[in-house]
Design a protein around this ligand. Sequence first.
Ligand code: CA2
Length: 153
Amino acid sequence: MGTKRLLLINGPNLNRLGKREPDTYGKQTLEDVIRLVKDTAWEYGYEVEEFQSNHEGDLVDQIQVAEEKAAGVILNPAAYTHTSVALRDAISSISIPVVEIHISNVHNRESFRHTSMTAPVCAGQVVGFGVDGYRLATLGVINKIESGGRKES
Ligand code: CA2
């Protein structure tokens, strides 16, 4: 079981962080994000397993097995946020808390980014704080776990 372990899942194109579009997503790389989440989790005695994929089905697979190995999930579904019923259904199917995080403020960008398919089935959402949002999401998911471990907010 996944007591004291978090799963960090990043969706499509986030492997490009720090290499393109610094005005929107900053200069920090995915490796920096992973280090930030690991360091934050470690302060509270949690280990972190991380996964990034550009493929929707692979993200679904990881969410499906998340509760076998972790107590909570930090998820940036990236572009699939706005389109994926499959990711939403996978999140609905697990009982551990999932916190959605977006680096940019999706609400002051194009209108197609204003809707999240996934946020309604997540325990919470962090938006618009840059890469620092991953620290907030980590604190948020730990708070959810330690206040009962259920996904509902
Ligand atoms: O702000 C976020 O974290 C997003 O999830 C990022 C997604 C975007 O589709 C969402 O609307 C908001 C895009 C991730 C692409 O990341 C890149 C990073 C560097 C260079 C190019 C893309």
